[in-house]
Design a protein. Structure first.
Ligand code: DGY
Length: 318
């Protein structure tokens, strides 16, 4: 009997072909939208493996409906959409896609920082709306990176790759993390600081944390207001790490210079107040959206699935 793999949405690259050539039966959800829970319950019921996305909430009910499933391969580095402990208790392996998307996400972080610091969103909108009438000395003045302090919140792989890109702009790096990160200190001359001290000192703040109970609203009413008036804050990790409503109130009162969002609380719904603001730059969760990263992520999922279904160890277990 051919083993069945269910993929919750069409992926980039050649992962499906790879799996079919290995002799697996691959079913892909055919609609171009996130699969609904009721559809997932129906479609995945007899699957031996699932390839899921961050838009699929894999909770106890879903896990209980997968009697044959050996592996849930999440096509993302983050896995907050999966009840990992429960899956493990049911002897289901969970995997994610670390490393392959590090460069793509770090590139986008820098793009978001520059877009905020140099007001690229406002400039682009002005051009499209035909409002550029002449060069003028005070048109869309922004902030330079040279000489500024960059604060990295979450000093893992992506945080490091972002900091490494930002250092040559002539910035000083500080970081906040549970652990001491020697790579940050030895290669970038970075100093570990407390979260409050980072928020007070940094001109550019970038978040690179996984979402968990501990990091939910880590940036809240009490500490967000420590940021300085010229601070730029960007988030390419998960929206729920910031108390978004409170951040919006700071942006409305111009208490910081700007914020760049690739992720949102309650994604894909966007707080309408955010859209009204000029001092934000908004992206639709595209941190890892390069051909290289997305096809690599899909292939890594396929390799994890092929390994586990052949009785071998997963490549990148959670
Ligand atoms: C992830 O992998 O967790 C990103 O948010 C999407 O690639």
């Amino acid at each position: 009997m051919m083993k069945k793999i269910f993929i919750t949405r069409e992926l980039a690259g050649n992962a499906e072909t790879f799996l079919s050539q290995k002799g697996f039966k691959v079913n892909v959800f055919q609609k171009d939208r996130a699969i609904k829970k009721s559809e997932l319950l129906k479609e995945a019921a007899d699957a031996d493996a699932l390839i899921t996305l961050l838009t699929d909430k894999i909770d106890r009910k879903i896990i209980d409906s997968l009697p044959k499933c050996k592996i849930i391969a999440n096509c993302a580095v983050g896995y907050n959409n999966i009840d990992v402990e429960y899956a493990k208790s049911k002897k289901i392996v969970v995997t994610n896609t670390p490393e392959i998307l590090t460069d793509a996400t770090a590139d986008l972080t820098v793009a978001l920082i520059l877009a905020c610091a140099r007001r690229l969103g406002e400039g682009e909108k002005m051009m499209r709306e035909g409002r550029f009438k002449s060069w003028k000395p005070q048109l869309l003045l922004g902030i330079e990176l040279t000489g500024k302090t960059v604060g990295i919140i979450g000093a893992g792989r992506i945080g490091f790759a972002a900091a490494k890109r930002l250092k040559p702009f002539g910035t000083k790096i500080i970081y906040f993390d549970r652990n001491r990160r020697e790579k940050f200190e030895n290669e970038l001359g970075a100093k570990k600081v407390t979260l409050n001290s980072l928020l007070k000192k940094a001109d550019i703040i970038s978040i690179h944390l996984p979402l968990s109970k501990e990091t939910h609203h880590l940036l809240d009413k009490t500490n967000l207001k420590l940021m300085n008036r010229n601070a730029v804050l960007v988030n390419t990790s998960r929206g729920e790490i910031i108390d978004e409503k409170f951040l919006i109130s700071l942006l409305q009162k111009k208490k910081i210079f700007a914020a760049g969002f690739d992720v949102y609380e309650g994604e894909p719904n966007i707080n309408p107040d955010l859209i009204k603001l000029k001092n934000v730059f908004l992206l639709p969760h595209i941190g890892s959206a390069t051909y290289e990263a997305r096809s690599g992520m899909a292939m890594l999922c396929a390799k994890n699935v092929a390994s586990v279904l052949s009785g071998k160890k997963p490549v990148t277990p959670v």
